[in-house]
Design a protein around this ligand. Sequence first.
Ligand code: FMN
Length: 175
Amino acid sequence: MKLHEIKGVSAIELNISCPNVSKGGLAFGTDPEVVYSLVKACRKRTWKPLFVKLTPNVTDITTIAVAAEKAGADAITCINTFRGTLYDAQKDEFLLGNVIGGVSGPAIKPMALLAVYECSKKVSIPIIGVGGIYNEDDVFEFLKLGASLVQLGTVIFREPDIPVRIIESIEGKLK
Ligand SMILES: Cc1cc2nc3c(=O)[nH]c(=O)nc-3n(C[C@H](O)[C@H](O)[C@H](O)COP(=O)(O)O)c2cc1C
């Protein structure tokens, strides 16, 4: 069975931005032409809403956002993690099995906000903001700077019920 034939699947998000795999995870999300062909090919294969999740590990994220929009994406998700590493100087060893990993959480919020803001000036499809969102104030910052939706990542490891609590607290304010 195809993913988009499953009733409970309301949309498909293409992650073209994974920094954690040894080969190719990032490569195809950093070139506008490759992104265009990839999204175009996926677009033909599903009628479900198609989101494209972008990497911030590029010089200008808006060129990738525009390529995804032109190829038929219904929304873009800004952003995946930044490339980073962890190193233990005492033990003189890398702490990540793959050396390179993805940096997430509050440290990346300013860059995530900028990505949303800049992309919102260049594309007309909705933007899903993600990166360092920990509370209601963070959500409003993303919404004000151009996001239509938000996602929560790292914070959920610490507070699994946080999405529900944020929704309950902002519902009235959004109205
Ligand atoms: C442990 C971990 C695993 C992740 N796995 C995925 C994944 O499989 N696919 C994906 O698109 N993004 C993945 N991400 C990226 C997050 O969805 C999110 O884009 C990023 O962490 C920034 O948001 P945050 O600061 O709220 O975590 C992962 C992030 C973390 C920390």
